[in-house]
Ligand binder design. Structure first.
Ligand code: NAD
Length: 339
């Protein structure tokens, strides 16, 4: 089986590439990534010499490049992680999100229907459902919850989901979609909440927290997300959407305080900053369909997972320090520059 994984130099895509390369030595895993600011080949160091792994640099929204790649590789499966993924950046530059998240997805879908594939899987987000009120802990997102987006990021992801489903209905393309809650774990780019707080707290820097920190996120360890996608591409039913989440709701402030306690740093580092415009209040996933139909169960609870994650950042300072000082961007030239 030959699988093109797009965005495999990013956080979740990188973890997924590790998972697949190690678990399926007979599969060929091709990592297609543009290496934007968020793409980091240092994440792939543990697998870069494995015979079943290959990296290709390229843009999912570049039609002739994508078609040439499909012509050459004839993949069986495509798993699309590639995206502009940071909500704050989508507020300052929405167009980049339309280009990669919407145009990039439709370009891949066109290549898939032209060359014929066994499965196209779209990695989506619970943010397509909008948010839930803070005072209704009984409410959860199901696969039937209407799409109701708040940010340019979530709007671009919801648009992509609609194209994916339209290609199933109109062209009979065998697609699946997973909509996951917030991920945490190793190799997370340090602009996102958990690695940002860990790296800044270690340097005794102020910790920016939006508003009053009461927004609720539903956290899932990235390994549990990777397991879910592995299961869906093998056993999921074409045309279906699967929610992925582990019932680990925490306010942002609780998460920050947990990290400070683990690092033995004072809460006085916390600095409340002006809230993000349109900030979603609460996300909470109902993963019943994935659990009952495909037998998925998360392995991590948040308290263990966050402790292991903090330890990973302590043990791998070089990885995130190279990002903060910009050195990670030279890795491609060092690795592939003269090949
Ligand atoms: P990330 O920003 O860490 O990684 C994105 C990767 O995509 C980077 O390696 C980047 O170089 C690559 N990329 C960007 N534009 C590209 C293009 N035009 N062509 C090829 N590659 C390109 O993102 P992430 O946090 O790992 O998220 C991966 C996917 O999972 C995204 O689709 C995101 O919407 C979704 N998701 C993320 C979360 C989360 O908590 N991080 C939760 C649910 C869903």
């Amino acid at each position: 089986m030959k699988i093109i994984v797009t965005g495999g130099a990013g956080f979740i895509g990188g973890n997924f590439v590790h998972h697949m390369v190690n678990k399926y030595p007979d599969y060929q895993i091709i990592n297609l990534d543009l290496l934007t600011y968020a793409g980091n080949l240092e994440t792939l160091k543990p697998v870069e010499d494995k015979p079943n792994y290959k990296f290709v640099k390229g843009d999912i929204a570049d039609r002739s490049f994508v078609f040439d790649l499909f012509e050459k590789e004839k993949p069986d499966v495509v798993v699309n992680f590639a995206a502009e993924s940071h909500v704050d950046r989508s507020i300052t530059d929405p167009e980049a999100f339309v280009r990669t998240n919407v145009m990039g997805t439709t370009t891949l879908l066109d290549a898939c229907r032209t060359y014929g594939i066994k499965r196209y899987h779209q990695v989506s987000t619970d943010e397509v459902y909008g948010d839930l009120p803070l005072d209704r802990p009984d409410l959860f997102f199901t696969e039937e919850t209407p799409l109701h987006t708040s940010s340019p990021y979530s709007s671009s992801k919801a648009s992509a989901d609609l194209f994916v489903l339209a290609y199933q209905r109109t062209f009979g393309l065998p697609v699946t979609i997973s909509r996951c809650s917030n991920n945490y774990g190793p190799y997370h780019f340090p602009e996102k909440l958990i690695p940002l707080i860990i790296s800044r707290a270690l340097a005794d820097e102020e910790l920016p927290v939006y508003g009053t920190g009461e927004n609720v996120r539903d956290w899932l360890h990235v390994s549990d997300h990777c397991e879910a996608i592995d299961l869906i591409i093998h056993k999921g039913i074409a045309g279906e959407v699967y929610n992925v989440g582990g019932h680990n709701e925490r306010t942002n402030l609780e998460v920050v305080k947990t990290i400070l306690k683990a690092l033995d740093k004072p809460e006085s580092l916390i600095k409340f900053v002006t809230d993000r415009p349109g900030h979603d209040r609460r996300y909470a996933i109902d993963p019943k369909k994935l659990e009952t139909e495909l037998g998925w169960k998360p392995k991590y609870n948040f308290d263990t997972g966050i402790r292991q994650t903090i330890q990973w950042y302590l043990d791998n300072e070089d990885w995130w320090k190279h990002i903060i000082n910009g050195e990670y961007q030279n890795y491609f030239d060092n690795m592939y520059g003269n090949r």
